[in-house]
Design a protein around this ligand. Structure first.
Ligand code: ADP
Length: 425
């Protein structure tokens, strides 16, 4: 499922990036072509100025003059003396060139363009002629101070410029086209990275559902078997035992449902939390008192270490729940004759509650995993109605308070769970 989403996202990402790149390419092309055209215009003006000046000062112009001043590449000069093509035009121009000049002449008449008389000074006294492929900048002038009257057409070819433009466009579009697969690969990598947490969450969700259904199935199976036995042998001597077993399984199921509901609640953030000023030292004392008897029965020495008050704005019921989970675990995983300590202290703007035991400890490789839902290092407690949800709930509660729950080794053996909560200012 994520593969398909990833491909779709990559395509969308790639399309957007490619379109943006295309827009940038088009802008760059536009700017570059404008600059190139400007350079062509400047060159044309320079040549046209020379031609115009020479025609006004030298008469008659010779073929050598023509070759030197005009016949450089694709440009051409068409002269008419009293409306008749000059001998120079007949000699220097080829038939197609003359035809082109005549065409331009007709265009000038059609457009009613007047010749410039004095020296050419640029500033739009020229015009563009032609279509795609063969374009010219044209200067139309007349040397009126002479008799007979000489008119001239200077055609500056834009063919090399158009070829450069074409090559540049092809180059730009080729680069753009080749960049698309690279952009796609980049988008694929990027979306894979971005979707990773979502995929992991999805996996965890699936695991969670599998675990929850598994845990619910076992008590249901016991209840079903018990009911069927009671139905078929209502007066069996095992009646009492079956009822007791069914009762245990129902309590187990009740606890699981309670844990799941609690987890769902705390995962829906702190919406239902009641934050009030609380002295954590009082709260810890209350919890320790509740567990004193249980600890004594197990032969564990339970103590509370508090250096003054620990004011904190929190939901006391939730924080108490965290302490109960940690203390319950500490007493369960600590053998008789050992000790468990609840320690409280404040450091700068933070309150710390530590539940320290000298029990079996947690291997380094398991320290991260124990906060996962349904994770149990050993299944020793599964028979007692524990499902590996306690620490997941405790961690969520701490997180919702803007705090943190972590675990480390107790020096000399055992585990130390540390709850960090923001202190009340
Ligand atoms: P459970 O309620 O099943 O104990 P928890 O989420 O509270 O689940 O704990 C997860 C696992 O972490 C337990 O199965 C246990 O293996 C380990 N654990 C928790 N607390 C301690 C502790 N104080 N000492 C050793 N192991 C612990």
């Amino acid at each position: 499922m994520f593969q398909k989403v990833q491909i779709k996202l990559s395509l969308v990402c790639c399309a957007i990036t490619a379109l943006l790149a295309l827009a940038i390419v088009l802008c760059c092309l536009g700017i570059s072509e404008k600059n190139m055209y400007g350079q062509e215009e400047a060159l044309f003006c320079l040549n046209a100025n020379t031609v115009s000046y020479e025609l006004h000062t030298k008469n008659p112009v010779s073929i050598h003059w023509y070759m030197r001043n005009v016949d450089a590449g694709e440009d051409l000069l068409y002269l008419k003396v009293d409306g008749v093509p000059s001998t120079l035009s007949e000699v220097a121009l080829t038939e197609p060139e003359r035809r082109l000049a005549e065409e331009v002449g007709e265009y000038i008449i059609k457009q009613g363009i007047a010749p410039i008389t004095g020296n050419f000074t640029a500033e739009k006294e020229y015009f563009e002629y032609g279509g795609e492929g063969s374009k010219f900048l044209v200067l139309y002038g007349a040397v009126s101070e002479q008799q007979p009257c000489v008119t001239y057409l200077y055609l500056y070819s834009l063919k090399p410029f158009l070829q450069n433009v074409k090559m540049q466009r092809i180059g730009f579009f080729a680069v753009w086209l080749f960049s698309i697969p690279l952009v796609y690969l980049f988008s694929y990598g990027f979306t894979s990275h971005a979707l990773q947490p979502v995929a992991q969450n999805h996996e965890k969700q699936k695991e969670f559902i599998a675990f929850a259904s598994h845990e619910l199935r076992s008590p249901l199976a016991v209840l079903k078997t018990g009911l069927s036995m009671l139905e078929h042998k209502p007066n069996s001597g095992k009646r009492e035992r079956i009822f007791s077993l069914m009762g245990n399984e129902m309590s187990r199921m009740e606890r699981l449902v309670q844990d799941l509901l609690c987890l769902a609640k705390v995962e829906r953030a702190s919406l239902s939390f009641q934050f009030v000023p609380v002295d954590l030292a009082d709260l810890a004392q209350k919890v320790c008192r509740t567990y004193e008897g249980i600890a004594k029965n197990k032969g564990i020495f339970l103590s509370l270490e508090k250096g003054g008050g620990c004011p904190c704005a929190c939901d006391p019921q939730r924080v108490e729940q965290v302490l109960v989970i940690l203390l319950d675990n500490a007493l369960h995983y600590t053998p008789s004759g050992q000790k468990a300590t609840v320690r409280l202290y404040q450091q700068r703007a933070r309150c710390y509650i530590q539940v320290i035991d000298t029990g079996i400890g947690i291997p380094d490789g398991e320290k991260e995993k124990i906060f996962d839902k349904f994770y149990q290092v050993s299944s020793s407690r599964s028979d007692k109605g524990h499902f590996g949800l306690g620490l997941a709930i405790a961690k969520e509660i701490c997180g919702s308070h803007g705090g943190k729950l972590s675990v480390s080794d107790t020096p000399g053996g055992g585990s130390t769970f540390t709850v960090r909560l923001p202190a009340k200012r």
